[in-house]
Every structure is written in structure tokens, then in C-alpha cells.
Write a protein that binds this ligand. Structure first.
Ligand code: AP5
Ligand code: ZN
Length: 214
């Protein structure tokens, strides 16, 4: 199964991706996690994208498409995958179509902009795995520490309010049009589209997501 999780920054894509990937035994392909790993490693790619990510802009389509095309040829992608945070522009979606990568389901997680800002300020991330928590809504078992590894949690650099507002603006301008893009596809290229209310407890939303995938 090939799934796209669409939704604004902080909608809970990463949070829900964990459950979906475990249940369907498919890898989570998060372009954001891949880019953050490159920044942390200080690679050439990391140096190229660091500034753009810190301000909440989008990394170039060329870089992203190259990264994803390479990733999906790996052995663990044979039974499908979940795209988290990709595609984010029409050219990225078109590149997948042109490469013959048909998508089965597009799930859009909807959360209003005002709720997003609150979520982001409380987010804590396990840097190595990309696992996310929230100090109030989804706390780790022990404060400040990842449940699985016991390692310290960090706050993402792009979670400052001003940057979050810019990321939301970019989302509405460049990514939201993908809903119409996928709805307009017809025939066997057309994925099933489902819109999911992203407000509720993490468990409630997992229930809605799994229902949409059933
Ligand atoms: P990326 O990492 O993809 O960030 P994003 O899309 O902005 O999404 P987030 O990771 O911020 O949010 P999420 O939806 O995963 O939410 P989460 O589950 O963590 O991209 C980062 C940057 O990389 C971009 O700005 C861009 O520069 C670049 N980039 C990446 N991909 C790109 C691409 N394809 N093209 C170009 N550039 C690209 O949840 C958020 C918080 O809410 C957490 O604290 C969580 O615990 C909490 N939470 C989750 N569910 C709930 C709930 N139900 N109720 C209350 N709180 C909840
Ligand atoms: Zn994420």
C-alpha cells in the first residue's frame, strides 16, 4: 500500500505515521526527517537546506524529488510506503506520476491554524528517530526523555511561533492545492482521498485514520 499523509505543519502526520507504518508494515518516508538528519550530520545537503528549513520555506523540488526517488528504490519499500510531508508542491506530485509511482490513498489531516500554533510550542522531538511528543497532549512516560531509547528530547528549531506562521502560509499556498490535484486525477492513477478531522485525542485520530485505510 502506498499512502500519502497530507496536512499542515503540526497536524499530527508524524504522530499518526508511526501507527500506520506499524500496522501495515511499511516504512515511513518523511522528507522532513531525512533533511533534519542531513543538517545534523553537516553533510553538503544539510548545509544547503539548513537556512531554508530554519525559516520555514520549502527546499527545492529538484533536491526533494531526487531524495525520494532514491529512497523508494530501497528494498524495504517493496510492499509500499507512507509519505509524510511529501509531496508538498504540484511539481513533486507530478514527478511521482511521471515516474509511475501510483498512490493508493491520500489522507488529509485537518486542523485549524490557531490550534497548530499551540501544538507546536509544546512539541518535543526525539532527534534520532523523529518520534514526537507533546508536553500536555501526548507526554512521554518520563519528562524530557524518549520512551523507547531513554534519550533526551529536543525542541525543533522551526517550532518558534513566527516560523510556524510562515510554514502555515507556505502550506496554504503550495501544498493545499494538492487536494484538488489528486481529486482531479481519473482512472487507475486516481488515489482514494479521505479527509480526517485532526482535532481530538491521538487515539481518536488513529481510529479515524485506520478506518479510512480499511
Ligand atoms: P516536516 O518535518 O515535514 O514538517 P511539517 O510538515 O511542517 O510537519 P511537522 O513535522 O511540523 O508536523 P506533523 O504533522 O508531523 O505533526 P506531529 O505529529 O509532529 O518539514 C520540515 C521542513 O523541511 C519544511 O518546513 C521544509 O523546509 C522542509 N521540507 C520537508 N519536506 C519537504 C518537501 N517535500 N518539499 C520541500 N521542503 C520540504 O505533531 C505536532 C505536535 O502536536 C506534537 O507535539 C504532537 O505530540 C502533537 N499532537 C499530535 N497529535 C495531536 C492531537 N491529536 N492533539 C493534540 N496534540 C497532538
Ligand atoms: Zn512531522
Amino acid at each position: 500500500m502506498r499512502v500519502i499523509l497530507l496536512g499542515p505543519p503540526g497536524a499530527g502526520k508524524g504522530t499518526q505515521a508511526q501507527f500506520i507504518c506499524e500496522k501495515f508494515a511499511i516504512p515511513q518516508i518523511s522528507t522532513g526527517d531525512m533533511l533534519r538528519a542531513a543538517v545534523k550530520a553537516g553533510s553538503e545537503l544539510g548545509l544547503q537546506v539548513k537556512e531554508i528549513m530554519a525559516t520555514g520555506g520549502l527546499v527545492s523540488d529538484e533536491i526533494i524529488i531526487g531524495l525520494v526517488k532514491e529512497r523508494i528504490t530501497q528494498a524495504d519499500c517493496q510492499n509500499g510506503f507512507l509519505f509524510d510531508g511529501f509531496p508538498r508542491t504540484i511539481p513533486q506530485a507530478e514527478a511521482m506520476l511521471e515516474a509511475g509511482v501510483d498512490i493508493d490513498k491520500v489522507l488529509e489531516i485537518q486542523v485549524a491554524d490557531e490550534d497548530i500554533v499551540t501544538r507546536m510550542s509544546g512539541r518535543r522531538t526525539h532527534e534520532a528517530s523523529g518520534r514526537t511528543y507533546h508536553v500536555v497532549f501526548n507526554p512521554p512516560k518520563q519528562e524530557g526523555v524518549d520512551d523507547e531509547t531513554g534519550e533526551a528530547l529536543i525542541q525543533r528549531e522551526d517550532d518558534r511561533e513566527e516560523t510556524v506562521r510562515n510554514r502555515l502560509k507556505v502550506y496554504h499556498e503550495q501544498t493545499k492545492p494538492l487536494v484538488a490535484f489528486y481529486s482531479d486525477l481519473s482512472g487507475d492513477k486516481a488515489p482514494q482521498y479521505a479527509s480526517i478531522n485532526g482535532v481530538g485525542t491521538v487515539e481518536e485520530i488513529t481510529g479515524r485514520v485506520l478506518e479510512a485505510l480499511a
